[in-house]
Design a protein around this ligand. Structure first.
Ligand code: BTN
Length: 259
């Protein structure tokens, strides 16, 4: 690809069709040792995987579906959420380069939203050793040129829907690799404060009263931030007041819904 990066995207495998680019790298790792920064990109995934056991649906040939191999041995397993934050910032920065700043957000833990609609999702799969992360496969699905979506997929959007323009997928891949590497290098350089500040600056619905539901129980609360272990902090509204004394720590993203 001749990319202007240190290592991300120096080797790219482009596939017409695969089950899942994350699975492709998992299987490759059993046979050989691709270098850190190795990228697999597919025009079509017939078993694309999302977070929490969901599938990832993407119209063939219109969007980016790709995975990057990282070897973040500098991170202990207890710090794995930092990688999630850095990856989300890398993807968000690319989207921000196309879309006006104020509307691009990171919805906890790592969905990229524009104007309350999801434009990208990230599936991070880590192989852990006792004291380090041995491998991390970062799978990214970014809606680029898709114009209409399955009605079952609510609140989704694409760069084309938002701008009216079509984008060249390999150029998008190059730029997204550059911005992901930028944040990965900040993480490798222990630039934790900058990553944390930026992540919180972009955090979806932070500091605004929201109607939420956890395990099917509706309540009102204000998202205050995300801890380094990845847990979300919500100040739950009680008796019409935000007291700050009633902060709930949520680890289970599956059962938290914005109403
Ligand atoms: C999510 O929001 O649920 C995460 C979606 C991640 C989708 C990407 S597409 C490329 C890579 N391969 C997969 O099977 N999943 C990720």
């Amino acid at each position: 690809m001749g990319l202007d990066t240190l290592f991300v995207g120096h080797t790219v495998i482009n596939l017409d069709k695969v089950d899942s680019t994350n699975t492709y790298i998992h299987e490759l790792l059993l046979k050989k040792a691709p270098a850190e920064g190795f990228v697999v990109c597919a025009l079509e995934q017939y078993a694309g995987r999302g977070q929490r056991g969901n599938s990832w649906l993407s119209q063939p040939g219109t969007n980016l579906t790709f995975s990057i191999l990282f070897e973040p041995r500098f991170l202990s397993p207890s710090n794995q959420f930092w990688l999630t934050k850095a990856l989300a910032l890398g993807v968000a920065e690319f989207v921000l380069s196309v879309i006006p700043a104020e509307s691009v957000k990171i919805k906890w833990p790592n969905d990229i939203y524009v104007n309350d609609r999801k434009i990208a999702g990230i599936l991070v799969e880590n192989t852990l050793e006792t004291s380090a992360i041995k491998f991390s496969i970062a799978g990214i699905g970014l809606n680029v040129n898709q114009e209409s979506f399955d009605p079952l997929l609510k609140n989704v959007t694409s760069l084309k829907v938002l701008t009216g323009n079509s984008f060249d997928l390999s150029t998008c891949l190059e730029y997204i690799c550059i911005s992901i590497e930028r944040y990965y290098l900040k993480l490798r350089g222990s630039d934790y404060k900058e990553i944390d500040d930026l992540y919180h600056k972009l955090l979806y619905r932070k500091d605004v009263l929201s109607r939420l539901s956890l395990n099917n129980r509706g309540f009102e609360g204000v998202i205050k931030g995300v801890l380094s272990n990845g847990h979300l902090l919500i100040d739950v509204k009680k008796d019409n007041e935000m007291t700050g004394n009633n902060v709930m720590e949520v680890s289970d993203v599956k059962h938290l819904v914005f109403l």
